[in-house]
Design a protein around this ligand. Structure first.
Ligand code: ADP
Length: 638
């Protein structure tokens, strides 16, 4: 039979596995068992709605069969099985090859030991068999098909696949164990006690029985008696087919049986996450709806670029039967990063995504767990700020989007989870901000730029700081939308220091400013004319501190939003422009010089206006369209 070649990246991974110096080779068993368990989950689920399956829940099992002489370990399941196409697609290539490639390239720079940490992260679990086996043969029959399929590979040189007889649905993975070498006694994996220990260690919570033939010494009465009349015994080895795992899912167990550390270890293994989760919520609810839940907030944001999928997602079980993986309707999108399990005997087994939203039980569970997650996050914010800040760096964006979603419907649920960076070099909630406000302060001041550093240096901030008020620094258009959606905090409204009236001017001040504007009308119009499309108008400002000028905007679109749109996907979006206003500080010598030139030398005045306008753009972090022209203008001044 002609050998088929593995796809290039699968081959590389196989090479890695085969020549692995990875010390933790024993995890191969966990990987193969967990595939078997998933396959059973699928068939069990099918059996809920399909009488043809012909198996009861109790009939499902995983067998580990050892043949020392043939040096094979077989992991057998009566799960869903694979068709020929599936064998090719699932075992012949790495499904998420793109992501592997990406990680693989990174791994090349790493030490060999670290390379292998990619095992299991990208759906490559099956390949781990090659760490201990020099040949793997899979006999499988898919549910609904009459023919079996045999897939075989001795490693990186390729694989064969053909039809075969198989009388039952399910899969046998036969691993031919490598010969012992100086570094590794592979033969130890053929010891029943060792395999049993590995099942206990890694697969104890698998819901399906993992069965092995285990030899015991047993005592039998011989029928003879000692002089004192007591029976004589002899000891014989008997083999019994035993279930070696405890089978009770970890989330079904009480806190006294299973520690939080156990749950975290389970999470890391199950989700192939090397990082500890940053929060764990365990719920055992009884009442209107009974359920158990074990939920985790991952320690880092999903590695989209690597895996293409989101790390979040809650799996739904009903009495230990998985009914939906990644149930995305249970919690709202703002908590979609939460992972874990919800298990409730009250859920209907054949729930579908469509009816999910309308299911009363699920809605109640969803609301409850949202409250618990929020409570846990609030606790973290209170008790361990640095940890919360890290959480927020990873997932804050979900909360912010949540505040803006559905016209702010969830804003009050989420507002106390939002933190903002301020001029006091700290991150605080809006509630804390308001609590710290001095009596005289009327509004919540914020400045928006593409970075904190930049926001900090905006000239318009100086007036606020001068009064000793704290400023919130926003660093994305999303932040601005969040404030827009929140509208207020404890009765205090938000004030954008760049575009809004700071409220510092008395009525007299305002009147004087108006008069000044009228007086300077022609001058300001001249500045606008000189700058053409760059601005919609020029105006005077007394809130620029030591700076001669600043760029601000009118209307709904701010400079930050404009920057965001410029990176947008459509031409139309990229054309969106803010209405820019050039603010001039009449107290500043540079503006006085401009005014002077306006009166005496109009050509020079045009040039000075351009210089000031470009300076204001620089300070606002706006891209300078023609830096050379600016340099030319400045050079003329010398
Ligand atoms: P992962 O399990 O992370 O997807 P694997 O490399 O371990 O990655 O397995 C690849 C795929 O092969 C599985 O997703 C599954 O579709 C299929 N597969 C593996 N083992 C079995 C099995 N025992 N029964 C049915 N399908 C299996």
């Amino acid at each position: 039979m002609a050998k088929k070649q593995f796809k290039a990246e699968s081959k590389r991974l196989l090479d890695l596995m085969i020549n692995s110096i990875y010390t933790n080779k024993e995890i191969f068993l966990r990987e193969i068992i967990s595939n078997a368990s998933d396959a059973i989950d699928k068939l069990c689920y099918q059996s809920l709605t399909d009488d043809q399956v012909g198996l009861n829940r109790d009939d499902f099992r995983i067998d580990i069969i050892v043949d020392k002489e043939a040096r094979t370990i077989t992991v057998r399941d009566n799960g869903i099985g694979m068709s020929m196409d599936e064998c090719e697609n699932n075992l012949g290539v790495i499904a998420k090859s793109g992501s592997y490639q990406f990680k693989g390239e990174m791994a090349e720079d790493n030490k060999a030991g670290e390379d292998i940490s990619i095992i299991g992260q990208f759906g490559v679990g099956f390949y781990s068999a090659f760490m201990v086996a020099d040949k793997v043969t899979v006999y499988t029959r898919k549910y609904g098909e009459t023919q079996g399929v045999k897939w075989e590979s001795s490693g990186a040189d390729g694989y064969t696949v053909s039809n075969c007889d198989k009388n039952k649905v399910g899969t046998d993975v036969v691993m031919h164990i490598k010969a012992d070498s100086e570094e590794e006694i592979y033969g130890s994996y053929l010891e029943v006690w060792k395999l049993k220990a590995l099942v206990k260690k890694y697969s104890d919570y698998v819901r399906w029985p993992i069965k092995m033939d285990i030899e015991h010494q047993e005592r039998f009465e011989t029928g003879e008696k000692y002089d004192d009349g007591s029976p004589k015994y002899e000891y014989k080895m008997v083999t019994e087919n035993e279930t070696v795992n405890s089978m009770i899912p970890i989330w079904q167990r009480s806190k006294s049986e299973v520690t939080d550390d156990d749950c975290i270890a389970w999470y890391k293994e199950k989700h192939r996450d090397r990082k500890d989760p940053c929060a764990l919520v365990r719920i055992n609810a009884e009442g209107a709806v009974s359920y158990k839940a074990m939920l985790f907030v991952p320690g880092e944001e999903n590695e989209n670029a690597f895996t293409g999928d989101n790390k979040g997602g809650i799996t739904l079980y009903s009495n230990g039967v998985m009914i939906m993986e990644k149930c995305d309707k249970l919690v709202k999108e703002y908590f979609e990063f939460v992972r874990g399990v919800v298990d409730s005997p009250d859920l209907s087994l054949n729930i579908s995504r469509e009816i999910l939203q309308h299911d009363r039980q699920l809605r109640i569970i969803g609301q409850n767990i949202e409250k618990r997650i929020k409570g846990e996050l609030e606790k973290m914010l209170r008790d361990d700020k640095p940890k919360y800040e890290e959480f927020y760096r990873n997932f804050g964006v979900h909360l912010k989007c949540g505040v803006c979603d559905e016209y702010g419907r969830y804003k009050d649920f989420l507002r106390d989870l939002l933190i903002f960076y301020t001029s006091e070099d700290r991150q605080i909630t809006l509630k804390e901000y308001v609590e710290n406000m001095p009596e005289s302060q009327k509004a919540i001041y914020f400045a928006s730029a593409d970075s904190v550093k930049h926001a900090m240096s905006l000239p318009q901030c100086s007036e606020v700081k001068k009064r000793g008020y704290e400023l919130i620094y926003l660093t994305s258009p999303l932040d601005e939308m969040v404030l827009e959606s929140l509208r207020e905090q404890d009765g205090k409204t938000f004030c954008n220091v760049v575009t809004d009236d700071l409220g510092f001017d008395s009525e007299e001040d305002k009147k004087a400013a108006e008069e000044r504007d009228v007086e300077n009308r022609e001058f300001l119009d001249f500045v606008k004319e000189s700058l053409g499309e760059d601005i919609v108008r020029a105006r005077l400002s007394n809130k620029l501190g030591d700076m001669p000028c600043a760029l601000t905007t009118e209307g709904g679109i701010t400079l930050e939003m404009e920057k965001y749109f410029r990176r947008g996907p459509s031409e139309e979006m990229r054309k969106v422009r803010a209405n820019r206003v050039l603010e001039l500080n009449m107290e500043h010598p540079a503006v006085a010089a401009l005014k002077d030139a306006y009166e005496k030398d109009r050509d020079k005045a045009v040039k000075l206006a351009r210089i000031l306008s470009t300076m204001s753009q620089m300070m606002a972090g706006v891209e300078i369209e023609d830096p050379a022209a600016f340099v030319g203008l400045v050079s003329e001044l010398f």
